[in-house]
Design a protein around this ligand. Structure first.
Ligand SMILES: Nc1ncnc2c1ncn2[C@@H]1O[C@H](COP(=O)(O)OP(=O)(O)OP(=O)(O)O)[C@@H](O)[C@H]1O
Ligand SMILES: [Mg+2]
Length: 246
């Protein structure tokens, strides 16, 4: 589903200052993968590359068979519309549209029937507790509510791959749990492949596998084999062993 080989990235194509170095990764269809690492380690840069939002210097990256290395801008726009859903770290809602318009807009570009779209919209916004705010504008709701609107927008699109950058960063534990359960649901019931960047051990414990990024390199990975509580402890231990980089 996702194939990355020897990926290199530097901003402004400065060779000696590589933000991402020799990244290799395979993600199978239906995985729920977590990416963890210190601030500035390159997590968002990597996710943006997968989302077709950023170019890279060298190596290969393909998502659902779409080659991101050779793809030109008009194709990338279609790729961003049809293949992936993206939850931005800073939400990226359009300020001139209401919450409902923001959530629905990208989905109207697909071919989902209007009635089904309305049904899904109602279920998702209710689950995320933002149904009461649908007629407000983004600057009339809190940061956490904006984050949930950005999540609803991405989930409603029903893409095959969901890329989520710190999707629970502004949420309390209870709301974060609802979001993570929603991800679990679409991952399990619709086989959506989820890649989630997170700092948070609780959020990470919902993933099936976690890779750690340090200074632009993948250092190690862990896989869930038992209960979520056990995985939580394993992630904590891994983070301690990585010398408290978080
Ligand atoms: N547009 C840019 N131009 C130049 N450097 C950038 C740009 N965007 C990010 N960087 C640098 O690239 C590195 C990785 O940034 P990135 O945003 O990927 O980190 P991150 O792991 O997502 O961090 P955080 O956890 O704080 O969100 C950082 O050193 C950052 O300063
Ligand atoms: Mg980031």
């Amino acid at each position: 589903m996702i194939q990355v080989k020897k990926l290199e990235k530097s901003y402004n194509n400065v060779n000696h200052l590589h933000i991402l170095q020799n990244l290799n990764l395979t993600v199978e269809e239906g995985e729920f993968l977590g990416i963890m690492g210190a601030s500035g380690s390159g997590k968002s840069t990597f996710l943006r590359i997968l989302g077709g939002l950023e170019t890279f210097l060298d190596g290969e990256a393909a998502v659902c068979g779409e080659n991101l290395q050779t793809m030109k801008e008009p194709e990338k726009e279609v790729y961003r519309q049809k293949v992936v859903s993206y939850i931005f770290q800073d939400y990226n809602l359009l300020s001139g549209l209401t919450v409902k318009e923001n959530i629905i807009l990208p989905s109207t570009m697909g071919n989902v029937e209007e009635k089904k779209l309305e049904q899904d919209y109602a279920a998702i916004t209710q689950k995320l507790g933002i149904d009461a705010y649908e007629n407000r504008f983004p600057d009339e709701i809190s940061g956490g509510e904006q984050q949930r609107a950005a999540i609803a927008r991405a989930v409603l699109k029903h893409s095959r791959v969901l890329l989520a950058d710190e999707p629970t960063g502004s949420l309390d534990m209870h709301t974060a749990r609802n979001v993570l359960e929603l991800f679990e649901e679409i991952n399990r019931d619709y086989h959506v492949t989820v890649v989630m960047v997170t700092h948070d051990v609780f959020s990470a414990s919902f993933c099936n596998r976690i890779i750690f990024l340090k200074d632009g390199k993948f250092t190690n990975e862990i896989e869930k084999s038992g209960f979520q509580q056990d995985f939580y402890k394993i992630i904590q231990k891994e983070m301690r062993e990585m010398d408290g980089i978080f």
